[in-house]
Design a protein around this ligand. Structure first.
Ligand code: GDP
Length: 138
């Protein structure tokens, strides 16, 4: 059984789509095994997106990620990393498939409602970045 990290970004919380995003996960048979709402500091956002630190949008992205609370979740299911990425849609909402979360709710390439780990190694790192050992079910 695979696990992945999902974030509802500050724009998703502001757009009142927390419930809708969770509904799509549950409708797809994905299980939520941990969840919390947090407001990242700039340092925490920079650490999370460290792989993007040389990108021109790094400062703007980390400002955006600290602009309001986010919802962090651990999702569980067979092939959940890919399944979640499919439900999310392409990074750029203009290129996202119909019916995906980003196609339906994103308004900007940066403010694209959700984050999802893209591989088993990143999922392991990202889950441990947001959740401690008492919060991660065995
Ligand atoms: P993801 O895995 O689909 O989230 O995409 P990436 O890992 O490539 O990028 C991480 C996040 O950076 C995206 O979800 C966007 O919020 C933001 N981002 C990606 N590309 C751009 C860009 O060209 N411009 C801006 N402003 N933000 C971007």
């Amino acid at each position: 059984m695979e696990r992945t990290l999902s974030l509802i970004k500050p724009d998703g919380v502001k757009k009142h789509v927390i419930g809708e995003v969770i509904r799509r996960f549950e409708k797809d048979g994905i299980k939520i095994v941990a969840m919390k709402m947090i407001h990242l500091t700039k340092k925490q956002a920079q650490g999370f997106y460290a792989v993007h630190k040389e990108r021109p949008f790094f400062n703007s992205l980390t400002d955006f990620m600290t602009s309001g609370p986010i919802v962090a979740m651990i999702l569980e299911g067979d092939g959940v990393i890919e399944r979640n990425r499919k439900l999310m849609g392409a990074t750029n909402f203009k290129e996202a498939e119909e019916g995906t979360i980003r196609k339906d709710f994103a308004t900007d390439i940066e403010q694209n409602v959700v984050h999802g780990s893209d591989a088993p190694e990143t999922a392991a790192f990202e889950i441990n970045y947001f959740f401690n050992s008492f919060e991660i079910p065995g």
